[in-house]
Design a protein around this ligand. Structure first.
Ligand code: FMN
Length: 157
């Protein structure tokens, strides 16, 4: 049944973001298509991390994470495919309230404090309570990921 899920989800368009954290002094980050807002009261956001790849470990072991909203395909690709140790050498960033990296190319970001981790099958649902965030610029073209490619959405707000 995993193949059924894979073959159908491949054509289901999803938004993408980069989740970053400061894991015991080391900057780590990954591209995800599983980010969502979960609750407004309390203000919660979530994403799913692949436990088989160990993608959950930095986030369950850190107090804070940042959701980076970014329309730069090259940076999204960097945070999915380049070696983990190289990633932060290839981008500019500043540190947020909890010292997680906020990418300077973001058009918006949300900073969250770890609220709960729920292990479900081979993934973990990482839930954070929003503590900060900002829309940095208005001129952006959000990207979606479908059929293994990124597409820009053109629209007039
Ligand atoms: C578009 C896209 C979305 C992804 N979404 C997720 C996700 O939601 N959760 C996850 O754990 N990994 C996701 N990944 C894979 C991680 O980005 C990748 O496993 C992580 O950066 C670690 O890199 P590594 O697997 O090369 O060690 C996604 C990859 C791509 C290209």
């Amino acid at each position: 049944m995993a193949e059924v899920i894979r073959s159908i989800m491949r054509y289901f368009p999803l938004g993408v973001a980069i989740i970053t954290t400061n894991w015991k002094g080391e900057f780590v980050g990954m591209t995800v298509n599983t980010f969502n807002s979960l609750s407004l009261n309390p203000p919660l956001v979530s994403f799913f991390a692949d436990r088989m790849k160990g993608n959950d470990i930095p986030y369950r072991e850190s107090e804070y994470f940042v959701v980076n909203f970014i329309d730069n395909e090259k940076i999204l690709d960097t945070f999915a495919n380049k070696p983990v140790k190289e990633r932060f050498k290839m981008v500019k960033f500043r540190e947020g309230l909890g010292k997680s990296p906020i990418l300077l190319d973001d058009y918006a970001y949300i900073e969250a404090k770890l609220y709960k981790v729920i292990d479900v099958g081979d993934h973990a649902i990482i839930i954070g309570e929003v503590i900060d965030g900002e829309k940095i610029r208005n001129n952006f073209e959000p990207l979606i990921y479908v059929n293994r490619s990124y597409y820009k959405i053109h629209y007039s707000p």
